[in-house]
Ligand binder design. Sequence first.
Ligand code: SAH
Length: 351
Amino acid sequence: MTEHRDARQLGVCDPGQEPLARWLAERGYPAYRLRQIQTELYLRRVASWSDMQSLPKALRAELADAFALFTSRVVAQRTSADRTQKLLLELWDGARIECVLLPGRRRWSICISTQVGCAMGCVFCASGLQGVQRNLSSTEIVEQMAHLQRLLGVEERFSHIVVMGMGEPLANLDQLLPALDFARRDESFGIGTRRITISTVGLPAAIRRLARHTHHYHLAVSLHAPTDALRNELVPVNARIGLGPLLEAADEYFDVSGRRLTYEYVLLGGVNDQPVHARQLARLLRGRPALLNVIPYNPVQGLGYRTPDPLVLAQFRELLEAGGVQVQFRQKKGDTIDAACGQLRRAAGSG
Ligand code: SAH
């Protein structure tokens, strides 16, 4: 268990670092103490202030009074057979969010949340069933990274971040960007820009803001339908956006960043998995520097959708490939532990 805060305290994972730097300076502590605290927290991954052995004892005690090591705490942890680990975190106000550690061939990725709940209303997603409660702070976003890193041995670290957990990241860029910019630094997690993916339902104004940001993170757009009529049904926010303006903003992001986009497509049996959809999708994406990531629907209790059968999946793939689209079928990870999208939170009875 990690030490976590009482309600008066500031979280030390604040990527701004100013309150901590100021606090140290006001008490006459040398500036290098800040770096030492970061090393203890993010590299040695201590669980409490008193474990920070490189700091004088008196300083540790003072810090423990003034700052919380974490403002969130782990309330449930699940591991699946494929080594995916999922954490349910309780925030200072009792709200609950999820984050996941995913094994790869020779790497670990983490999947983090940006909001409590979600306002986008995608009809097959567990996260948004009760709307959005609030945005996460940049401190709460960094804390997810720190909690997940602590699941690994000190000689190991995660190398990739996907912002694909609960919430719509582009509806909370003010808090997300400082957290991601901080995660790139050596004194925290040292994750290169190209190893960070932001997944979005596709909000054009926010995509343009990302294009203007100094660091061009990898962008994944959750498409799910090749026509406005179908997308309006599956991704209700599309009615206010439209595929045309969305793809225009996405193309601009490519022009500015030179980074190929990923389009995600959750296959819902009998809904968006027919040959006509594959052909329409191929027409839409052909000629765009894009990778299509097809994800079989992960069943959410109480929702009436189903995963397509393997034959339909294979046919869908063939039609896309024949249509000149570069396509990848994502293997499911962690589905035995409710690792997908707001499911653990629901299973734990708070979502
Ligand atoms: N709001 C962002 C990020 C969170 S959702 C977005 O829409 O991209 C991350 C991805 O998981 C999205 O592509 C989303 O459509 C997908 N997803 C949500 N529920 C799912 C389910 N039940 N099965 C499979 N994928 C799902």
